[in-house]
Design a protein around this ligand. Structure first.
Ligand code: SF4
Length: 683
């Protein structure tokens, strides 16, 4: 047979939340190159080392190509009929014995919008429970809760194109140069073009080198930091009084609270010099169009939602949100479709489009489309699922595209939960840590092998298209959910991904103007988009906020200390995060050339601490917390502040998430990944 001519398939990157449009070049069903699309709405001809080069995993000999079923404690290959039959029987049995709430599913950013929509529909319609959650629980659930409370909707307030027009960028708890490189490059371009830059991050992240002011708060003190900045805005008359009078609420309570946060006291709590606080507040307060961009350094805390709301206070005080006098508050999403997984209702308390499951009017709209009575009680969040499994109350757990044993905190306890649960099903590309604890492992397609849409960090829907077929017998999550529903005697309708998005628009009017055909024509469309004949809203709240009273809500939450603090036994604070060449648990990026770029996980330590604890650069060390141990290579670096340590979670074998605690945001249960007290031993 003659070789195929090279083909280009336009799709959306499946790694970080920037949403770069990529042209995947294939020949004979193999990827030969990945090119950034010059007309990509967000990336404009750029891509990073992950999107461009991390596709070796597609042909890895370790890819799962057949379903596996546990027999006599070993996972053995079987056909799809047998594997799905076992899952269907297990789900029925769990439901018969413990009721619908004895079954739960964890969905993820690995799944398309249409897959997430179908998964939550399966749970609500076929099983009859709201026990569905997704990986945003572990990263930006405080953003959803905080931004909704402050402004009315769960997404960022402005498009990134607007943010790039800002004359002062406040970048908080984010390292976009490594974690969102195309955004990092665009922000840097703006700064080199004259915009002021304030970076607030404990580490000397890439952008900090170019900052006018770099604030380095102690991990866990964000709320005090933001209140300190707000105090200065008020004290120096840098607020927008007309905006506060006409469009905001909560000012008297906040003013009273901020009395307790003068610069000297905030300096004492955070470790940030008072003069730096004043300089940063003046830059933000005096800019003509300031913008806030933030990451998981704001959310992954015991008081992460308070952090988001206190940060949002700055934009409200300044009148820099919902106006042409600023570009709002914008979370950088870590994963390709973590925004979309939540938008589609893969959440225990919210249906597609963020209507509450407890609201009869919201339920009845979905009931009219789906033809069933829906459960009224909110379901379990991910940590509650694990606790219920350990308590013997959860009898079946289906994990779709998440390696919970590698990426969730206090990993030893997660593994214990899976080992206790009578049925664990894992949809996976590889035999992950989680798959190793599963009873049934279903091989599924990756982002380059399936059809649908993703939503990026600034709320843009974009198409995902298959460039190559999935290997062996692997199927899309979309097909797997349909097949399982059919085995359980249900027809979920919407037989194609395009039909699923159309049906979602009937359940959630905020998406009613979207369709695959429209996205094929227009490339990217932001939500809210209720009308197929009108553009989606890139910049929100220009007329009114989406809160019940139409006003932006200032929050007066006091600073409270983090869940973990260092002491004589555990004297260092560990912060975890991302590095440039890898993505999440590394299951895709470690299987290819990117491994050579960043081959091992290291623990960054300040030179003073290296001397204090007798650690040499390059030496293997044991890191211990109150929860577990990990083995890492020491890297002595001034990027990390004295008294702190930093490592990634890209190499599960090193056991980093055995160190992290089960402390979690008091509002949303997002883990406190950013503050773990640890000690080091050498040798
Ligand atoms: Fe773009 Fe992020 Fe993909 Fe890199 S990982 S190519 S920045 S979407």
């Amino acid at each position: 047979t003659s070789a195929q001519r090279p083909t280009a398939t336009r799709t959306t990157c499946g790694y970080c939340g920037v949403g770069c449009a990529l042209d995947v070049i294939t020949s004979d069903h193999e990827v030969t190159a990945v090119l950034p699309a010059r007309d990509g709405p967000v990336n404009q001809g750029h891509a990073c080392v992950k999107g461009r080069f991390a596709h070796g995993y597609l042909t890895s000999p370790e890819r799962l190509t057949r379903p596996l079923v546990r027999r006599d404690s070993r996972l053995e290959p079987v056909g799809w009929d047998e594997a799905l039959g076992q899952v269907a029987r297990g789900l029925r049995e769990a439901k018969d014995t413990g009721g619908p709430d004895a079954v739960a599913v964890i969905s993820s950013a690995r799944a398309t919008n249409e897959e997430n929509y179908l998964v939550q529909k399966f749970m609500r319609v076929v099983i009859g429970t709201n026990n569905v959650d997704n990986c945003s629980r572990l990263c930006h659930s405080p953003s959803a809760a905080g931004l909704t409370a402050s402004f009315g909707l769960s997404g960022g307030t402005d498009s990134f194109d607007d943010v790039e027009r800002s004359d002062c960028l406040l970048v908080v708890g984010a390292n976009p140069v490594e974690a969102h490189p195309v955004v990092g490059a665009r922000l840097l371009r703006r700064v080199l073009g004259g915009a002021k830059l304030v970076v607030a991050d404990p580490r000397a992240v890439g952008l900090a080198l170019h900052a006018d002011v770099h604030l380095r708060p102690r991990p866990g003190t964000n709320v005090a930091l933001f209140h300190g900045l707000a105090h200065i805005l008020l004290a120096e008359g840098l607020t927008d009084e007309e905006f506060l009078r006409e469009r905001a609420t909560g000012l008297p309570e906040l003013v009273e609270l901020l009395d307790d946060y003068p610069p000297d006291r905030v300096a004492h709590i955070t470790g940030v010099p008072a003069a730096d606080l004043v300089a940063a507040a003046r830059l933000y307060g005096r800019a003509r169009r300031p913008a806030i961009v933030y990451g998981l350094g704001v959310t992954e805390h015991l008081h992460g939602t308070d952090g988001v709301r206190s940060l949002a206070n700055l934009a409200i005080l300044r009148g820099a949100v919902g106006t042409d006098r600023g570009h709002g508050v914008n979370p950088l999403r870590g994963q390709n479709n973590v925004q979309g997984a939540s938008d589609m209702g893969a959440l225990p308390d919210l249906l597609p489009g963020y209507g509450k499951v407890t609201d009869p009017a919201v339920r009845s709209r979905a009931e009219a489309v789906w033809g069933v009575r829906l459960p009224e009680r909110p379901g379990m969040r991910i940590p509650d699922m694990f606790a219920a499994a350990r308590a013997g109350e959860l009898r079946a757990l289906w994990v779709i595209g998440e390696d919970v044993c590698a990426t969730d905190p206090d990993a030893n306890r997660v593994a214990e939960a899976l080992d206790t649960c009578p049925l664990v099903v894992s949809n996976e590309l590889f035999l992950s840590e989680t798959a190793l604890h599963a009873d049934v492992v279903l091989p599924v397609a990756s982002w380059m092998e399936k059809d649908g849409t993703f939503v990026n960090f600034d709320r843009r829907f974009q198409r995902v298209r298959p460039a190559v077929p999935a290997p062996g017998q692997a199927r899309s999550d979309f097909d797997v959910v349909h097949a399982l529903a059919a085995l359980m005697g249900a027809d979920l309708g919407c037989s194609t991904p395009g039909d699923a998005l159309a049906e979602c628009g009937r359940v959630a009017p905020v998406f009613a103007g979207l369709s695959h055909e429209r996205l094929d024509r227009e490339g990217a469309v932001p939500w809210p988009c209720p009308d197929p004949g009108r553009p989606g809203q890139a910049k929100l709240y220009q007329e009114r906020f989406a809160t019940p009273d139409g006003r932006a809500h200032l929050a007066a939450a006091p600073y409270l200390p983090p869940g973990e603090t260092p002491d004589d036994d555990y004297p260092l604070v560990l912060v975890t995060g991302r590095r440039w060449a890898h993505y999440n648990s590394g299951s895709m990026t470690r299987r290819g050339g990117n491994l050579a770029l960043d081959p091992v996980d290291v623990l960054d330590l300040h030179p003073d601490d290296a001397v204090r604890y007798g650690v040499r650069d390059g030496e293997q060390i044991t890191v211990a917390s109150r929860h577990g141990q990990a083995r890492l290579i020491a890297k002595v670096s001034e990027q990390t502040a004295p008294g702190q340590a930093f490592c990634s979670f890209h190499f599960p074998a090193s056991g980093v998430n055995r160190l992290t605690s089960d402390h979690a945001d008091t509002v949303t249960s997002c883990p406190e990944y950013k503050v773990t007290a640890v000690r080091l031993t050498t040798g």
